[in-house]
Design a protein around this ligand. Structure first.
Ligand code: PHE
Length: 357
């Protein structure tokens, strides 16, 4: 019987050593230690032995079983470790490699690109960039910008009030700003003259069609110093128009009205799509409607009444004067890139957006 135990042990040990993987080792365990295996069977037969042999054979068989169990456990751990190593080596991902297929690189939205382009032009001319809140008060949006109480923009049809039930003539009434001009006042409250700033941001009006969106973007400009003239405004806007629309551009100023500038002007840029209103195909230019000029923004000399609201902050209208302007970013982008419908800018169809940048 002891020979038998020795033979089984030797055989089992060889099988354990040879097991190439975890499933094969499990087969070995079942074959040599399972319920139907030789060794356990043999152990069961020990009871039938002569009493003087029983103890020694039983001990040998038990030791053999424990030795095999240990050997299998050690082998199982070794196999598991090497299998894990192999799996990890196979699964290794080099996160520094470009993905396949390479993911599309994002780009800035055309409105953001245009806003930054406009900011860059004015930063190049010595202006700083400032921002103000989109949720404003009647005071900053209208009163301090010299809007008469009767000004039609104040009506519920022209302005989104946050609490329309209240008194819309209360200076503290809250609204969504209809233009970036309130930032002029906030900036002057925050900083004494001289001030040269552009103020980009979102604005809101109850309008919606191919050229109007209830939410759009403007860039406001403000320069206040001791010797600012309308000529400075014209020269600044000429530099701007040439930087954005091409070096051959001209600008012209037409009289207009804004409550917060006096005199006020609308500013046109010479058409970059035609000659004297005649397109390359000999037809009337569709961009400028044959007029050779395209309106791009509103501007003027800061009204002394506006400066009066910030007199305490160093803006004595007898001492300083300035110019201001405001333009729609969407309008600049549409003109520059020939975008036919404002809504294309908000649909976020990648086939449209992909064309820019
Ligand atoms: N705030 C005016 C508008 O929204 C534009 C403007 C700004 C005009 C500054 C003059 C000076 O139409």
């Amino acid at each position: 019987m002891r020979d038998q135990i020795a033979r089984i042990t030797e055989e089992a040990q060889a099988a354990i050593d040879a097991a190439p993987a975890t499933p094969a080792l499990e087969d070995v365990r079942i074959k040599y230690l399972g319920r139907k295996a030789e060794l356990p069977n043999l152990l069961r037969g020990v009871a039938a032995l002569e009493p003087d042999q029983r103890a020694a054979v039983g001990k040998a068989a038990n030791e053999a079983r424990r030795a095999l169990e240990d050997a299998i456990e050690r082998k199982a751990q070794a196999l598991a470790a090497s299998e894990l190593r192999r799996r990890l080596a196979k699964d290794r991902v080099d996160v520094t490699l470009p993905a396949d297929p390479r993911p599309a690189t994002g780009r800035l939205h055309l409105i953001t690109q245009t806003q930054r382009e406009i900011e860059d032009v004015f930063v190049g001319l010595g202006f700083n960039v400032a921002e103000g809140p989109e949720v404003e008060t009647v005071y900053y949006n209208f009163d301090a910008l010299n809007h008469a109480p009767t000004h039609p923009s104040r009506l519920l049809t022209d302005t989104f009030y946050v609490k329309p039930a209240g008194d819309i003539f209360d200076p503290n009434a809250v609204l969504l700003r209809v233009h970036t001009s309130p930032v002029q006042v906030r900036a002057m409250e925050a900083q004494p003259p001289p001030i040269y700033i552009v103020m980009p941001g979102r604005v809101y009006r109850p309008d919606s069609d191919a050229t109007h969106s209830p939410q759009f973007h403007q860039v406001e400009g403000l320069a206040v110093d001791t010797d600012i003239t309308l000529g400075d405004l014209q020269g600044t806007l000429l530099a701007f128009a040439r930087a954005i629309f091409g070096e051959e551009r001209q600008v012209r100023l037409r009289p207009h009205f804004f409550p917060f500038t006096e005199p006020s002007v609308e500013v046109d840029v010479s058409c970059f799509n035609c000659r004297q209103g005649v397109a390359a195909d000999g037809e009337r230019c569709s961009l400028c409607k044959g007029t050779a000029w395209i309106e791009i923004l509103g501007a003027g000399m800061v009204d002394p009444n506006v400066l009066d609201y910030v007199r305490e902050n160093g803006y004595d209208p007898e001492q300083v004067q300035g110019f201001a302007f405001g333009m729609g970013i969407e309008r600049i982008a549409m003109l520059k890139h020939g975008v036919p419908d404002l809504r294309l800018l908000y649909d976020n169809d990648v086939r449209f957006l992909e064309q820019f940048g």
